[in-house]
Design a protein around this ligand. Structure first.
Ligand code: ATP
Ligand code: MG
Length: 255
């Protein structure tokens, strides 16, 4: 390759931010010449490597932006331990059909049964598929909305949350909301309704959600929108934390 072509190639690759090709092209051209690769094969290989790195970088970025508190994968969830969880429902959720149809998912159940685990696991599946996901605790979310409302920037905040394909709201109902909190939450739900998905976890049954929002009329309006297109996974089982404590107790007794 002439010096001019060589320098212009690297300069163009750099300017076009094709950094992977920029890094591997020299070595690869040597190998390709030895192996007698065609120009088509060389182009295909280089461009495919660039695409892979770009996709990985974007995925890692989305994973960071999702703010998962811990990394919980679907394959680490022991379905045998929780027979009330229907495998067919979980595999349907894992297909992410609910994200494509802007439907919601609610994981209900007592403490420790894996609600947050499954919510995070679905979020990770969605990030891996290229979707934008954001995980937030319900209390923190509502505080953020109320703060924005107070500063007159609720609209901006709702718009910012609107860029996520999946919004995961963990621990609904652990703390009751006041009137303003419920109002802001309603704004969020009605904004996302039939446009983008939400995943909730809660230890309160739907019947008890009225108490979360203080106002039963707002609670009904919120639930009506959430449940219109929704899969509810009602987990009725023993706490996995308890199981692990029992296991630990047994092993220490055996010593
Ligand atoms: N079936 C399961 N298989 C493997 N790990 C599980 C299972 N269920 C729960 N766990 C693990 O047990 C711990 C508690 O689960 P998780 O935090 O999801 O419970 P939770 O239902 O959200 O409880 P809480 O209502 O207290 O928030 C986590 O470390 C989680 O990964
Ligand atoms: Mg939880």
């Amino acid at each position: 390759m002439s010096n001019f072509a060589y320098e212009r190639l690297h300069s163009n690759l750099h300017n076009l931010k094709l950094d992977t090709i920029d890094n591997i092209v020299d070595n690869y051209l040597e190998i390709a010449a030895k192996d007698g690769k065609s120009i088509l094969e060389v182009l295909d290989y280089l461009i495919d490597q660039e695409r892979r790195t770009k996709e990985n970088t974007a995925r890692e970025r989305k994973m960071r932006l999702a703010m998962f508190p811990v990394h919980k994968r679907l394959e680490d969830f022991d379905l045998d331990f929780q027979p009330s969880v229907d495998r067919a429902v979980i595999s349907d959720l894992a297909s992410l059909r609910f994200v494509h149809t802007a439907a919601n998912v609610v994981f209900l159940g007592p403490p420790g049964v894996g609600k947050s685990h499954l919510a995070i696991a679905m979020g990770i599946e969605a990030v891996n598929a290229g979707f934008k996901v954001y995980f937030v605790n319900a209390g923190a979310l509502v505080e953020g909305l109320k703060n924005a409302n107070m500063k007159g920037i609720l609209e901006k905040k709702l718009k910012a949350l609107g860029k996520y394909d999946v919004l995961i709201v963990d621990e609904m109902g652990y703390l009751p909301l006041d009137r303003e909190g419920a109002h802001c939450f309603f704004q969020l739900i009605s904004r996302r309704y039939e446009k983008s998905s939400m995943i909730f976890t809660s230890n309160k049954s739907y019947g008890e959600w009225g108490d979360i929002f203080h106002d039963h009329v707002v609670a009904a309006a919120i639930l009506d929108r959430i449940l219109h297109h929704c899969t509810t996974v009602n987990i009725k089982g023993e706490s996995y934390r308890l199981k692990e404590r029992k296991k630990f107790g047994l092993t220490t007794m055996e010593k």
